[in-house]
Design a protein around this ligand. Structure first.
Ligand code: NAI
Length: 331
């Protein structure tokens, strides 16, 4: 297939180019994000390949059909950016990469957690300036903490196992209970109990209408004082304005986020020479107890190879018309 590859970066190109000799697809890389202004680039292609912040709303999908593009391969797991109902009506087939390396994301959640509670990001800068003072670097143990994990699918399960390994009590909330996790000692509880009992909360559920602002003013009020919140799921799982208030009044002790509610206007680009217009992220960056990474939890060598392999296999299946394993089911 001829494939227009949107939001491409050097690391995407490297991993896909490594594998394309094994597949018969021609990939053309565009750095721009897919939206109503760039959708015209898809003209003449059989499929498009997109990532987390590409727009796949009704208008873009309609335009794709006008351009005779009816196959979309997402090179990510989450699909909250897709208007699935419109895609269904328009007869567009959409595949994703359901799981490439859940451990990569779970390990990044751990990295955020360990960095923020042990302040190694501060220590790194201090030591480089010959400042070996330990004042202000008192951290907390993870061992024996009660960790609440919201969403125990592929990534949440991997995170639960890490926390169990570190000697934590793990509480979980999901619509479905994972029996294996229960044998490891994970206890499924109601969301309200998890919120009230956990000193660390990590978010691993998808962004849906139900989970948007799951962490809001009311739930923050029910949390323990000094709670640590980690979000590698999707930015809008947290009401940003509410968490800023909770950081200001010290209800939230630490916040580690790899995703941000308004990230589509910021992430995956070098804006270091620009004037930051987003007041909320600017405020978040002023807190000493907040750590932000720019949606990099997936970014390991192993994940990139797996994403490329599964995406190219998805294209094979779409082309051959056989049953497509990773097609996103009808809404
Ligand atoms: P998954 O589909 O394996 O698991 C998601 C789990 O969340 C399922 O067990 C599901 O039942 C549960 N869930 C759904 N609605 C829920 C609700 N209202 N409350 C509690 N649990 C609920 O997905 P996976 O692979 O574990 O990924 C989870 C999310 O992580 C993705 O949807 C995506 O948004 C995010 N992600 C972030 C990445 C990053 O680089 N930061 C990379 C990959 C995924």
């Amino acid at each position: 297939m001829k494939v227009a590859f949107f939001s491409s970066r050097s690391y995407d190109k490297a991993s896909f180019e490594q594998l394309t000799p094994n597949f018969e697809h021609q990939l053309t890389y565009f750095e721009v994000k897919l939206d109503k202004d760039t959708v015209y680039l898809a003209q003449g292609f059989d499929a498009i390949c997109t990532f987390v912040n590409d727009h796949l709303d009704q208008n873009v999908l309609k335009k794709l059909v006008e351009l005779e593009v009816k196959n979309i391969v997402l090179r990510c797991a989450g699909y909250n950016q897709v208007d699935l109902q419109s895609a269904e009506k328009l007869g567009i087939r959409i595949c994703r990469v359901p799981a490439y390396s859940p451990e990569a994301v779970a390990e990044h959640a751990l990295a955020l957690l360990m960095t923020i509670v042990r302040k190694t990001h501060k220590a790194y800068n201090r030591v480089r300036e010959n400042n070996f003072s330990l004042e202000g670097l008192v951290g907390i143990n993870i061992h024996k903490q009660t960790v609440g994990v919201i969403g125990t699918g592929a990534i949440g399960s991997a995170f639960c196992k890490i926390m169990i390994g570190m000697g934590c009590t793990v509480l979980a909330y999901d619509h479905y209970e994972n029996k294996h996790l229960k044998t490891l000692g994970v206890s499924y509880v109601q969301l309200a109990e998890l919120i009230a009992q956990s000193s660390i909360i990590s978010l691993h559920c998808p962004l849906t209408t139900e989970t948007r602002h799951l962490i809001n003013k009311e739930r923050l009020a029910e949390m323990q004082k000094g709670v640590t919140i980690i979000n590698t799921g999707r930015g809008a799982l947290i009401d940003t304005k509410a968490i800023i208030k909770s950081l200001k009044n010290k209800k939230v002790g630490y916040l580690g986020i790899d995703v941000y509610e308004q990230e589509e206007n910021l992430f995956f680009r070098d804006l270091s020479a620009e004037i930051l217009q987003d007041e909320d992220i600017a405020r978040l960056m002023t807190f000493p107890n907040v750590l932000i990474t720019g949606h990099q939890a997936f970014l390991t060598k192993e994940s990139l190879v797996e994403i490329a392999n599964i995406t190219l296999t998805n294209l094979n299946e779409l082309e051959s018309g056989i049953e497509v394993t990773n097609i996103i089911p009808k809404p």
